[in-house]
Design a binder for this molecule. Structure first.
Ligand SMILES: Nc1ncnc2c1ncn2[C@@H]1O[C@H](COP(=O)(O)OP(=O)(O)O)[C@@H](O)[C@H]1O
Ligand SMILES: [Mg+2]
Length: 263
């Protein structure tokens, strides 16, 4: 049964998309069956992997899945490298929030992604959802559909500020639509070993989230920021980079956490 992990933080630029792409790719290279869902209207994960909608059979995206009758199965793009499926996003998704709010649904506007995912969940080992930098209906759909949330935290001032808001959104989603939603883990991103600040933020985040924080952290690494312009994950772009090594460690931690004694 597929594990659905939403990568979320309402703050922009903290490493959600970089983490979604490289976690999904790493799991795919570990021979797990992976689907990456891009639910951000900016479509950074879609473009960063070259998952152009012109390649998809029907030129449809997560937008038609969310607000229309389209299913996920017929609309994923299967990539060769990394070997995984992507449900792409487009800018039309920016309007989905309003459309979801005004549509009459039998089962609630927050549940649309969950309904569609239930139909294909078993075909994958991991489903990763790259969330937008806001706490809107797109995000509620992701958190309602997910088993858990992975929270990337950028190592900078006020890193913990704003997380309070995300945590109360998670509690609200748990209360209203998804009681079993859990925190998959907190990931320190853009860590700079040379700065005292990164070290201090790390201590603060570990003190607050304790064992929920991954042992590994993602260093600031220029190769990670270059890879999307080549439409590659870090594992094709530069497997030997510090960024690739760090994401490989994250993949190991995720596998250990989820498959104790399994596979
Ligand atoms: N570990 C890192 N080292 C260097 N640059 C990074 C790293 N993680 C992300 N970036 C860059 O920082 C920017 C924001 O990252 P992104 O993953 O798009 O964040 P988000 O999805 O949260 O907005 C992007 O330009 C990305 O390439
Ligand atoms: Mg993003």
């Amino acid at each position: 049964m597929g594990k659905i992990i939403a990568v979320a933080n309402q703050k922009g630029g903290v490493g959600k998309t970089t983490t979604s792409i490289n976690l999904a790719a790493g799991l795919a290279y570990a021979e797990r069956k992976v689907l990456l869902i891009d639910i951000d209207p900016q479509g950074n994960a879609t473009h960063g992997l070259g998952a152009d909608i012109s390649q998809s059979k029907n030129h449809r995206t997560v937008y038609e899945v969310l607000v229309g009758d389209e299913n996920i199965k017929d609309n994923v793009i299967t990539l060769e490298l990394p070997p995984m499926d992507v449900l792409p996003s487009t800018t039309s998704l920016a309007g989905a929030d309003v459309e979801l709010a005004s549509n009459e649904f039998e089962l609630g506007r927050e549940q649309q992604l969950k309904i569609k995912l239930d139909a294909i969940k078993d075909e994958y080992d991991y489903i990763i959802i790259d969330c937008p930098p806001s706490l809107n209906l797109l995000n509620s759909n992701a958190l309602t559909a997910a088993d858990s949330v992975m929270i990337p935290v950028q190592c900078e001032y006020f890193a913990l500020e704003g997380l309070t808001q995300l945590l109360s959104t998670i509690r609200l989603v748990q209360k209203l639509w998804n009681p079993s939603l859990s925190i998959e883990g907190v990931l320190l991103t853009m860590f700079d070993v040379r700065t005292k600040l990164s070290v201090e933020v790390q201590q603060e985040v570990r003190k607050y989230f304790k064992e929920k924080v991954y042992k590994c952290y993602i260093p600031r690494n220029v190769r990670l920021s270059e890879a999307p312009s080549r439409e590659e994950s870090i594992f094709e772009y530069d497997r030997k980079s510090e960024g690739a090594k760090a994401y490989a460690q994250l993949v190991n931690e995720v596998l250990t956490q989820n498959e104790k004694g399994g596979h």
